[in-house]
Design a protein around this ligand. Structure first.
Ligand SMILES: C[S@@+](CC[C@H](N)C(=O)[O-])C[C@H]1O[C@@H](n2cnc3c(N)ncnc32)[C@H](O)[C@@H]1O
Length: 352
């Protein structure tokens, strides 16, 4: 696709993303201004987009929108000229002018960031689902040692949170399973490892990935609280820089450490279908048996709130449908998928 076609598609994604169900996410005023800027043909902005598409031809439009928003927010947080960029009260013409100036001034910084960074938004509640499914998998398959690898771990919170009942109990009550709730089971964890692409995301970067709104302030506070609550296992958790697109390295890493449970949450949707399949194949060819590969992804790219939970187990060629969530922040409803019993067994759930 030519950059001209990509620009048109990018404009359509900007329009759609403004109609996101989650109206309180705080980014919408910036997305509107970016749409206006695109229409003006602003030169530094055009160069920025061209640089991103050249450096990362596989990047999805939705991911590029979020990445641009985060890098702009990071700069707006430190430069007083960007202070009112995200205020709802700012006049649209003044916002557009401020955005043009910010992009003109920081074109080099923005280009560098969007060519190497990823959106590292991390949800403190996301571990609720892996806790239940991995616990059920280990129990149903008689596994007494779970060696966990979390791909695209972000700030590395999931490997810390598993088996923490204080954190689980606080968040679990806001997620209603239907038609039945999988029982909580302790996971016999003997390795807690996470990897993310270099440069490893810092908590500061993850902070900028949270939208400028009270809703996201609350989500970030939950993440900080989770880090404090799980400090006791910090020395058991290993976080390494590894690009999961480097398949020989990924294969070696999985084999060397004998991982039998691999999770990959809100990562693969950032890549197109063939890349997703390549990574899935690599994991399944190298994971120890019996093994589980658990995947969570937004249901409709980034345009809707829901997410889908899928899995693969060794010895079974199918991708399994495990659950659907009404909100990727794990608030609301979780609906059991048709194949969950294959992973956690028939008697896994508490009915009602
Ligand atoms: C949206 S965050 C999700 C973080 C966490 N898994 C969660 O669900 O809360 C996606 C993460 O995937 C990482 N990622 C994307 N591509 C990657 C790659 N090729 N290799 C390793 N990590 C990658 C990003 O750096 C980012 O931190």
């Amino acid at each position: 696709m030519s950059h001209e076609d990509r620009r048109a598609a990018f404009g359509r994604t900007l329009d759609e993303i403004q109609r996101h169900e989650q109206g309180h996410h705080g980014w919408v005023v910036l997305h509107r201004a970016l749409g206006d800027l695109l229409e003006t043909g602003h030169r530094a902005f055009s160069r920025l987009l061209d640089a991103a598409w050249t450096a990362r031809p596989n990047i999805s439009d939705a991911h590029l929108v979020t990445l641009l928003s985060v890098t702009i927010r990071q700069i707006a947080l430190r430069d007083p000229a960007g202070a009112h960029l995200f205020d709802e009260e700012t006049d649209p013409a003044a916002r557009l002018h401020a955005l043009q100036r910010l992009i003109d001034t920081y074109e080099a910084d923005l280009t560098e960031e969007i060519c190497v960074r990823s959106n590292s938004f991390t949800g403190a509640r996301r571990f609720l689902v892996p806790q239940l499914i991995i616990g059920g998998f280990a129990a149903a398959h008689g596994i007494d040692e779970v060696r966990l690898l979390d791909l695209g771990t972000g700030a590395g919170i999931l490997p810390r949170q598993l088996n923490n009942t204080v954190v689980f109990d606080r968040f679990h009550r806001d997620l209603n399973w239907r038609p039945w709730t999988p029982p909580y089971r302790h996971i016999p964890l003997t390795a807690r490892v996470g990897v993310d692409a270099p440069p490893l995301p810092t908590l500061e970067w993850v902070r900028a990935c949270h939208g400028p709104s009270a809703y996201y302030e609350e989500r970030f506070a939950e993440l900080e609280w989770s880090f404090e609550q799980t400090a006791g296992v910090a020395d058991q958790v290993v976080i390494k820089a590894l690009d999961i697109l480097d398949l020989p390295q990924l294969s070696k890493f999985i084999r060397d450490y004998n991982f039998n449970v691999v999770t990959c949450n809100f990562v693969l949707f950032q890549y197109d279908g063939p890349v997703q399949e390549m990574i899935e194949r690599c994991v399944m060819e190298n994971i120890a048996s019996p093994g589980l590969f658990l995947l969570m992804n937004p249901s409709h790219s980034l345009l809707r709130k829901g997410c889908i939970v899928e899995g693969r187990i060794t010895g079974n060629p199918r991708r399994l449908h495990l659950a659907d969530l009404s909100d990727a922040h794990m608030l609301g409803h979780a609906t059991i998928g048709a194949d969950l019993h294959v992973v956690i067994g028939d008697e896994g759930g508490v009915r009602g």
